[in-house]
Design a protein. Structure first.
Length: 418
């Protein structure tokens, strides 16, 4: 679903449907825009130039801030440190960049933060992964911050129930300086806040990640085959992400070993991206010495991911632990790849089962293998699912939609008289 503010006396309702024009603004948003605002501070939780999934979010946050306050002069970006230099994600002429750490409890750091907020008349703070309580909230509120929005790219808590959940709700309500609103990247993430941390549902929204549809699309060439020396008669199954256990790379590899044992591997090749040098060694014991060995390639960390996705055939994510709505899934879908992903939390929100791809039980390498071999054998089905996946991505997961939804939430929360 798109971003939502569910109405109560403190939060007038703002909703948009997947088919709505993302540029259309409710009356409250238009009033907020007309009234204007003082400075808006985007506070990151990592140092500058972290890369990975943070970089596209920084660009989206800048576009959002421009829609909210209009002028770059009133937009500020803060990082806990600038050890890696000036952020590459910000325009060359952008100068409001500060080293400020919202998680610090050091008196000098808190004084510097309060002074910065007061000096630049910051009234709205958009902070990444800001929890219910931090020492920095008091000085920021004291310095003039009226509205604070916390953006979460991870689960906030494990789920709770009964007395423990009631205690969490009470604790949350007693945190008077806490963020006014929390934005999550998936419904499953929101659930961890509401049913885990005790955040009121009305104080939450979901805004899905956005991709550039002009960069990610079906190219129809043999780029992946030629780049990695994959035989042309094989359908490329691609994964891109971290190598930690919960991401399920071992399940992907095991599925190919199962296919080799069943003599059903001739049509497929597994391309795994995102491994740093040496990380692939942890998986060698699974497939080396089997007939799957010649059908698995570790491609490392790549800068040509759009070209690879656009020339692959199937996207697969086999996470076994918590996983969110991943950027790679949205990029694969925009590239017209049918997706086969684990039926897990936010990850399952990336696929309309049977329409844009397939879901399988986490850890079930045999079920994954069945989906892959079936897709490899049916080009018509791959095309049908892939086309539906791109339509869904363009409708729900474009960068324009993401920015418009973020801006709508921030404007509504920061609206005068809220």
């Amino acid at each position: 679903m798109s971003s939502q503010l569910h109405g109560n006396p403190m939060h007038p309702a703002v909703t948009s449907s997947p088919s709505a024009d993302p540029a259309a603004a409710p009356a409250i948003v238009k009033r907020a825009q007309a009234a204007g605002a003082s400075g808006l501070l985007v506070a990151l939780h990592t140092g500058s130039n972290t890369g990975y999934a943070i970089a596209p979010l920084e660009r989206a946050f800048l576009r959002m801030a421009r829609e909210v306050v209009g002028s770059d002069d009133r937009i500020h970006f803060a990082y806990p440190n600038l050890d890696r230099g000036r952020p590459d994600t910000l325009p060359p002429g952008f100068s409001n960049i500060a080293s400020l750490d919202l998680r610090s409890s050091s008196p000098p750091d808190l004084e510097a933060l309060e002074r910065y907020v007061r000096t630049h008349r910051i009234e709205t703070v958009f902070a990444f992964d800001a929890p219910v309580s931090l020492p920095s909230y008091k000085p920021m509120r004291r310095a003039g911050v009226r509205s604070m929005i916390s953006y979460w790219g991870a689960p906030m808590s494990s789920l709770n129930r009964g007395f423990k959940l009631l205690a969490k709700r009470l604790e949350t309500r007693l945190r008077f300086r806490r963020p006014d609103h929390f934005i999550f990247e998936s419904e499953s993430m929101r659930e961890t806040a509401v049913r885990g941390r005790g955040i009121p549902y009305a104080d939450t929204s979901v805004v899905y990640l956005g991709v550039d549809p002009d960069r990610f699309y079906r190219r129809g060439d043999r780029y992946a085959h030629e780049t990695f020396g994959i035989p042309y008669d094989r359908r490329v199954v691609v994964y891109s992400g971290h190598m930690e256990t919960r991401k399920g790379v071992h399940i992907l590899v095991e599925s190919f070993v199962r296919l080799a044992e069943r003599d059903e591997l001739s049509r497929l090749h597994l391309l795994i991206l995102g491994n740093q040098p040496g990380q692939e060694e942890q998986f060698r014991d699974i497939y080396v010495g089997t007939r799957a060995e010649d059908h698995i390639t570790f491609g490392g960390y790549r800068s040509d991911i759009a070209e690879i996705f656009g020339s692959a055939d199937i996207g697969a994510i086999a996470s076994t632990g918590w996983d969110s709505f991943t950027m790679s899934a949205a990029e694969m879908a925009a590239s017209e790849l049918p997706l086969v992903v684990s039926r897990l939390q936010g990850l399952k929100e990336t696929v309309d089962d049977g329409v844009t791809g397939y879901l399988f039980e986490p850890g079930n390498a045999s079920e994954l293998a069945n989906h892959l071999v079936a897709l490899a054998a049916r080009e018509d089905v791959r095309r049908q699912l892939g086309a539906a996946a791109r339509r869904r991505a363009l409708q729900r997961h474009s960068q324009d939609r993401q920015v418009a939804d973020l801006a709508a939430v921030v404007k509504a929360v920061a609206a005068p008289g809220r």
